[in-house]
Ligand binder design. Structure first.
Ligand code: AMP
Length: 137
């Protein structure tokens, strides 16, 4: 699939748009979801330009799942979550809205996650949550 260099996560990777960062290395960036479905909702993206998992190289996919595990461990510990849901959508028909592959890390159950509006998206609140997750890395 053709990669749009102007998609919002591409702009976050170049620094053109800010994010509330949780973790970064040479291949990976993790940051707070700006419209969280639960407190601690975190996104993990590869730096490789890929729209879906189908476009991602095997090496980048292998690294990405390792980093998803690393950050998910920190979300679990930092948020005192009993359970963690991982999800990852490929293509608009599957519900993907940002065309750069990303894993969602969601404390609790996807099935019982609150509607976006009932979880704070206040930047200060998200920063405080990111601090807890970073401290647990
Ligand atoms: P998906 O529906 O799987 O494509 O998920 C895209 C996610 O990106 C949604 O949960 C959005 O809330 C989130 N999102 C969109 N724009 C931003 C942004 N600028 N910073 C952080 N998260 C974002």
């Amino acid at each position: 699939m053709t990669y749009d260099n102007n998609n919002i996560f591409a702009k976050i990777l170049t620094g053109a748009i800010p994010c509330i960062k949780v973790y970064e290395d040479d291949q990976t960036l993790a940051f707070m979801d700006i419209m969280p479905q639960a407190e601690g909702h975190t996104l993990v993206i590869p730096k490789e330009a890929a729209v879906t998992i189908h476009d991602l190289s095997d090496d980048a996919a292998a690294n990405l799942i390792k980093k998803v595990k690393l950050v998910a461990n920190a979300v679990k510990k930092g948020m005192n979550a009993d359970g963690i849901t991982l999800f990852q959508l490929n293509g608009e028909p599957a519900g993907q809205t940002v065309p750069h592959i990303h894993f969602h890390i969601l404390p609790g159950s996807y099935l019982t996650a609150k509607a976006h509006a009932s979880v704070s998206s206040d930047a200060g609140d998200l920063q405080a949550i990111a601090d807890k997750i970073r401290a647990a890395l």
